[in-house]
Ligand binder design. Structure first.
Ligand code: APR
Ligand code: PHB
Length: 390
């Protein structure tokens, strides 16, 4: 098979890139090692910056998001049993869209199927080759039968554990990583949200987050130890712990219900540089991971493929300026998002090794933040994604 762009991975990055390339009339295929149901079964975050909303609209898949998504003008920071509202819209003129990553992925898959675009699912032993030269190709097997796709470019949208970054010679890539000494225990449940906006809570027992997927489905998280196992956490224990970390009024108001999904996720900051190796590009989690505190993962993946799809379209119109500067431009935004996500994580979580002085510093930072219009504005601008493009 021959195509212009071969994409590895049908997560949100790969699917959105495919949709944007299709809009630009650029031929492409996506090769994914899992089945569509498996890809859709992964529960991830759900807060979209305007950049991501605009790209989903540009890709022609925004209709359901605007119909079912929840625009939020602010969120709440909780500490000392008190709410402090961060008024995103008043501080930045922007808002965020609460719409689950699973729904984004479903909309992209449905649009792809409707357009009759080629997606190879359940591909085995996917392997990019020749991207250092002029004839890159993607090898894979399907039910044991070998296949090869020749392309002008290969894009690794295959996530943190993917084959694309792993195929780059070690001396050609530099990585930076920080692993946090705790995880997030997340629960999905069909109950009404405890609050009409997200609650981020800093509590002596650890961080907590009350998010939602709709007016009838919640996504709640508590900071947990990395030694914890999901089996150790009954729904009752989860809700009891969550309520202890929230102001009394919220704890009283909280509706509990059976979890329909429960999982523990580690927290990591990770960046691989550069994001281009000859005719191979990286985008999304294949090149960078942020701790989920700032809800930047999906938005960074979207902004990467937004930049890359425009750069590839420019290439086919005769200019390589875009593809030649893609890595540098994407990394400039990524490091800003990494900084915000690390800062927000450091501010809101309990770090046992930081001791009492560490807790006092967090508290002083929170106090400063909620009393300084300038500090709140800077935080709001980072949260909605405005500062990342500056
Ligand atoms: N061959 C083919 N496909 C692969 C391979 C491989 N060797 N390795 C991984 N994949 C597929 C995975 O099965 C997955 O469907 O690549 C896809 C990568 O998707 P994601 O991990 O969701 O990464 P990305 O599309 O970059 O989305 C980033 O996901 O983790 C969240 O917070 C993150 O929101 C961000 C978003
Ligand atoms: C979520 O809805 O899952 C979510 C929201 C905000 C975050 C992280 C996760 O910062």
């Amino acid at each position: 098979m021959r195509t212009q762009v071969a994409i590895i991975g049908a997560g949100p990055a790969g699917l959105l890139l495919g949709a944007l390339l299709h809009r630009q009339g650029i031929d492409h295929v996506i090769v994914e090692r899992q089945t569509p149901d498996y890809v859709l079964g992964r529960i991830r975050a759900g807060v979209l910056e305007q950049v991501a909303v605009d790209l989903l609209d540009e890709a022609g898949v925004g209709e359901r998001m605007h119909r079912e998504g929840l625009p939020h003008d602010g969120f709440s920071l909780c500490f000392d049993d008190r709410h402090h509202r961060i008024d995103l819209h008043a501080l930045t003129g922007q808002r965020v869209m609460v719409y689950g990553q699973t729904e984004v992925t479903r909309d992209l898959m449905d649009a792809r199927r409707a357009a009759g675009l080629t997606t190879v699912y359940a591909a085995e032993n996917v392997h990019p080759e020749g991207f250092g030269g002029h004839t890159p190709a993607l090898r894979y097997a399907l039910n044991g039968t070998p296949h090869r796709i020749e392309a002008d470019f290969i894009v690794g949208c295959d996530g943190f554990h993917g084959v694309a970054r792993a195929s780059v010679p070690a001396q050609a890539i530099q990585t930076n990583e920080k692993v946090y000494p705790f995880g997030w225990l997340g629960v999905l449940a069909d109950v009404p949200p405890v609050h009409d906006e997200l609650i981020y809570a800093n509590h002596p027992r650890g961080f907590a987050l009350c998010s939602m997927r709709s007016k009838t489905r919640v996504r709640y998280y508590v900071q947990c130890s990395l030694d914890d196992h999901v089996e150790d956490w009954s729904d009752d224990r989860f809700f009891a712990e969550l309520k202890r970390r929230l102001p009394e009024a919220d704890a009283t108001r909280m509706v509990e219900g059976p979890s329909i999904e429960k999982s523990i996720a580690p927290l990591r900051s990770f960046v691989a540089e550069p994001m281009r190796f000859g005719r191979l590009f990286l985008a999304g989690d294949a090149a960078h991971i942020v701790p989920p505190t700032g809800a930047k993962g999906l938005n960074l993946a979207a902004s990467d493929v937004g930049m890359l799809s425009r750069a590839l379209a420019e290439h086919y119109r005769g200019s390589d300026a875009g593809i030649d500067s893609y890595s540098q431009r994407a990394l400039a935004r990524i490091w800003k998002a990494e900084r915000f996500s690390w800062w927000f994580t450091s501010l809101m979580h309990r770090f046992p090794e930081a001791g009492e002085f560490g807790r006092k510093m967090q508290h002083a930072e929170l106090d400063y933040l909620v009393q300084s219009e300038a500090a709140m504005k800077a935080m709001a601008e980072n949260y909605v994604g405005l500062r990342l493009d500056a």
